[in-house]
Design a protein around this ligand. Sequence first.
Ligand SMILES: Nc1ncnc2c1ncn2[C@@H]1O[C@H](COP(=O)(O)OP(=O)(O)OP(=O)(O)O)[C@@H](O)[C@H]1O
Ligand SMILES: [Mg+2]
Length: 509
Amino acid sequence: MEQNIVLEMRDISKNFTGVRALSHVDFTLRKGEIHALMGENGAGKSTLIKVLTGVHEFESGSIHMNGENKDIINHSPQEAQTNGISTVYQEVNLCPNLTVAENLFIGREPRNKVGMINWKEMNARSAKLLESLNINVPPTQMLDECSVAIQQMIAIARAVDMKCKVLILDEPTSSLDDEEVEKLFVLMRRLREEGVGIIFVTHFLEQVYAVCDRITVLRNGELVGEYETKDLPRVMLVAKMMGKDFDDLADIKGNHKDKKMFSETPVIEANGIGHKGTIRPFNLKINKGEVIGLTGLLGSGRSELVRAIYGADKADSGTLKVNGKEAKISSPLDAMKLGMAYLPEDRKAEGIIADLSVRENIIIALQAKRGMFHPLSRKEMEEAADKYIEMLQIKTASRETPIKSLSGGNQQKVILGRWLLTNPEYLILDEPTRGIDIGTKTEIQKIVLDLADQGMAVTFISSEVEEMLRTCSRMAVLRDGEKVGELEESELSQSNIMKAIAGGDDKNE
Ligand SMILES: Nc1ncnc2c1ncn2[C@@H]1O[C@H](COP(=O)(O)OP(=O)(O)OP(=O)(O)O)[C@@H](O)[C@H]1O
Ligand SMILES: [Mg+2]
C-alpha cells in the first residue's frame, strides 16, 4: 500500500430497497490532498460518504485507514469522528441557538473540577482556534446570527480542532457567494498543507479545477475512474460523468432566437413596487415569452424583488398589473391564483415535504391552487407525477417513494415539477439548477426556453453568469437592494454583466 494513504475504501456495495446505490466502488484518499467526488444527481456520492461515516450500513466491502490492515466500520457519525473522519454538509448540522464557542465544543466542553462547563476557557480556546484559521467571528456570537459561510467554517474549525484526518465537504459551496467560496478555499488549502485529506463534493466544475488535486467519478453507483485533475480536461470530466461524448453544451439558445410577439400587454408590470428594508421601489415589465434574468451579488435583492411581486413579502408601495389589470396580491396564494409560480431558493425550508411521496410533493401546489373542494383524482395525480418524473428525468424508485430518500438534486427536480404542473403564465425560478448536475442543468435550461417559446413569461435568477447568458433575453441588474439598470439582449455578455454587477458603468436608469 502507498505510504501516504489515509483512507481506502474497497469494493463497497450498498442497496436501498429497489435501488442499487453503490456497486463495488473503490475510493482512495491520500494525505494532504483535496479530492473531488463527482457524478450526476443520484450517482451515489452522498451514499458513499454516508457509508464511510456510519450513517448507512453497507452490504459488502472494506474500509481501511492510515495504511493499517484493520477493517474499520463506523456505526455512527460520532464513531467516525473518533476515528478522525469529520463531515460538513451543505445544511450545517450545528445548533443555531447556541453560541459559536458552544458549537465548537459541544459534547467536549472544557470543565472545571466540579464538572461545570468552564465558559472562560471555552471562549478563550474558541477565540484562539478561530483566529488561527482566520475566521472572523466572536466566540460569543449566536450561531444563527452568522452567515451560512461562517457557519460552515465553524463546522470545519470544530473538525480541525478534533484533529480530523479526513474532512468531508458535501456540497458546502452551493449557497456561498464568490468571496465566501474563496475564503473557504483558503481554509481548505491550509488544511491540505497540514496533511488533512479532504473529500470535496460539488457540482461546480470551476471549483473542482480551482482546488482539487484529484477527481473520482461515479456514475449510476459505479466507479468510472480516478484521475489527476491536470490530466482530465473539463469536457472529458463531463463526458465521464454522463457516460457519453458531450457536444450538448453548445449554444442552446440557437433555435430559440426568433422571438414571437405574443401580446402588447405585459404579463407583469410593476410600477414602484417595493418592500421596506428589503427592496427599493422598482419598475419592471415582463412580456409573454420573455426570460428575464435578475443579476447581482448574493444579497443584492434578487430574491427580494421577486418576493415582493409574488406577495411572499407584501409590497408596501407601488402598483402591480397582471395582464394589464391592476392586481392586489397579499399572499402567495393570491399570486398563484393569478397564474404565477415561484420556485424558491431555499427549498429545504420552503419546498420539500420530506415524509410525503414524490407524487404528493408534485401535486401539492396545483391542489392548493384548485382549492380543497376540488380534489385531484388519484388518476390525475399519478399522471401528473409520471409526466414530470419522465420530463425532468427524476431518479426515483417509484412515484410513491418518499422524497427524502431521493438524492439532493433529484429532490430539486421534484419541486420544479410541482411548479410546472400549475401551468403558470409567469414562472419565477430562483436558482433552479443549484445542486443539479451539468447534464440535467442543460435539460432544465432547454425546458425553460421551450416554455418561453410557448408564451410563458419567466424570471430566472442564477449566480452563474454563463447560465444566465444561455437562457435570458433581458436582464435586470440589482445592487444593494435596488434595481439599478437593465441589459438588453444585444448587450448581454459576460463582461457587461460583471461590470453591471460591480457597478463600474453608467447604465443606470
Ligand atoms: N435513504 C435512502 N433510501 C432510498 N434510496 C436512497 C436513499 N438515499 C439515497 N438513495 C438512492 O441512492 C441513489 C444515490 O443517491 P445519492 O444521494 O448518493 O446521490 P448523489 O450522487 O449524492 O446525488 P446528488 O448530486 O443529487 O446529491 C439515488 O438513486 C437515491 O435515490
Ligand atoms: Mg448528494
